[in-house]
Design a protein around this ligand. Structure first.
Ligand code: AMP
Ligand code: GLY
Length: 423
């Protein structure tokens, strides 16, 4: 089989790394890929923002299966176009991806299908949002409706902060694009959990759980990012709670989408808050998480290709996944300045020494291979991942590996998985 993976991040490096292990896969192409993916797959240039360019790549490569990594091509309808051409593709249609691309859609969907989530108000104007503030206690969460790469959520402790966030979203100063809809949400507290399931439109299979660390700074301080690190252990989700999440959140979501004639195939990412009132959905993503996928696939002990193919062909009920027991951890090294502006082009050293540490895989995110050197080329640069029998050891190996790596301005959190280790 020839596989085309669409994307350029650490998630796609992990997907390519896992797909390569399948005896059924003999060629992988990645569009556009990155400096690390280039070492294990053929990378071809492509613009993730340009549907026609992606269709051109698919036509030129003629893969047996296309796997779409990021949300942007899903939101542009890449999967719909490939299906229309009779091609096999892993990922949801544009209509199904609405679970991620519109938070207003997702909130109303959850309400229609009795899926637990925070109280909310969808507001179409700044005035409506200001008038709705009195419905909530502080802190309140102000969210952009559309895609914002993890940066469209503002937690506001005061009315003045909320007014500023609302104004910034509607006038475009916050994200650089003018929002036409803003969602206000009740602030929830608890442990976050990323619960991902594969779906063929009807059946689901859970992946191992993971916990992301969204804030830039240690102790969960500073701005939200795409994710600064993840850990995964079996202990973070017992079988009873996993079954509850399957029966009360994941399956009702898949059933609801099917009932509304927009069946969801691909990977459904349920971003949960485990509150004192029970698990509640913070957000859906219509794709693999980044960096969750790096930590999750590091633990996978079955053939990823077989599972993705089964999803694309609507026969997931014939499949099962096996996992390595123990734990994995993934620590992100980011460019100084991220999630704001930063400088690219710094040389990265120490990658080979880091890779030699037992159980370590250094996944590349924003890197480029230029003249034989690996240079920084994005906000999140590397996802240093390790597996081990215990979370302590997985973290130790990931941080030992991080200690070997250097680039100018490199920042990373030293406390990934720290709360779980203390517990
Ligand atoms: P989202 O993109 O909606 O997942 O939001 C990004 C991050 O913001 C989440 O992972 C949480 O850390 C935080 N967040 C979002 N919604 C809420 C909420 N209602 N209460 C508390 N934190 C939230
Ligand atoms: N790590 C969070 C996300 O992929 O959206």
């Amino acid at each position: 089989m020839k596989i085309l993976v669409i994307g350029a991040g650490g998630r796609e490096h992990a997907l390519v790394w896992a797909l390569r292990k399948s005896p059924r896969v003999n060629e992988i192409v990645c569009a556009p890929g990155n400096g690390g993916i280039a070492a294990i797959a053929r990378c071809v240039p492509a613009s993730l923002k340009d549907l026609n360019d992606l269709l051109r790549v698919v036509a030129a490569e003629n893969p047996d299966l296309t796997v779409v990594g990021p949300e942007l091509p899903l939101s542009l309808g890449l999967v719909d176009e490939l299906r229309r051409r009779g091609l096999r593709v892993f990922g949801p249609t544009q209509a199904a991806a609405m679970l991620e691309t519109s938070k207003a859609f997702a909130k109303r969907f959850m309400q229609r299908h009795n899926i637990s989530t925070a109280a909310y108000a969808v507001c179409a104007t700044e005035q409506e949002a200001l008038d709705s503030l009195h419905l909530f206690h502080f802190p309140i969460v102000v969210k952009a409706d559309g895609l914002a790469a993890g940066k469209g959520v503002v937690i506001c402790n005061t009315k003045a902060e909320a007014e500023q966030a609302i104004a910034g979203l509607f006038n475009g100063k916050l994200l650089g694009t003018v929002e036409s809809t803003v969602v206000l949400e009740e602030f929830l507290t608890g442990e976050e959990l990323s619960f991902l399931v594969l779906s063929d439109g009807r059946h689901i299979i859970p992946l191992v759980p993971a916990q992301d660390h969204k804030r830039l700074g240690e102790g969960d301080t500073g701005p939200n990012t795409g994710g600064m690190g993840v850990y995964s252990t079996d202990a973070m989700l017992d079988a009873q709670m996993r079954d509850w999440l399957l029966h009360h959140i994941a399956q009702p979501t898949i059933d609801g989408m099917a009932a509304e004639d927009t069946p969801f195939t691909g990977v459904l990412y349920c971003g949960l808050m485990m509150t004192a009132r029970g698990p509640m959905v913070l957000e859906y993503n219509a794709r693999f998480g980044d960096p969750e996928t790096q930590a999750i696939l590091a633990r996978l002990d079955s053939d990823l290709y077989e599972a993705l193919e089964a999803c694309a062909e609507g026969r997931l009920s014939e499949t099962d996944l096996r996992w390595k027991s123990g734990a994995s951890a993934c620590v992100v090294a980011a460019s100084g300045g991220y999630p704001g502006s930063y400088t690219n082009g710094y040389k990265i050293t120490g990658l080979e020494e880091a890779d030699k540490i037992p159980g370590v895989i250094v996944f590349h995110a924003g890197t480029a291979l230029v003249g034989g050197e690996i240079l920084t080329s994005g906000g999140r640069v590397l996802a240093v991942t390790a597996t081990a029998d215990t979370l302590e050891d997985a973290l130790k190996h990931a941080y030992d590996a991080m200690g070997k790596i250097h680039f100018d301005g490199m920042v990373y959190r030293r406390d990934i998985g720290g709360r779980a280790v203390k517990r």
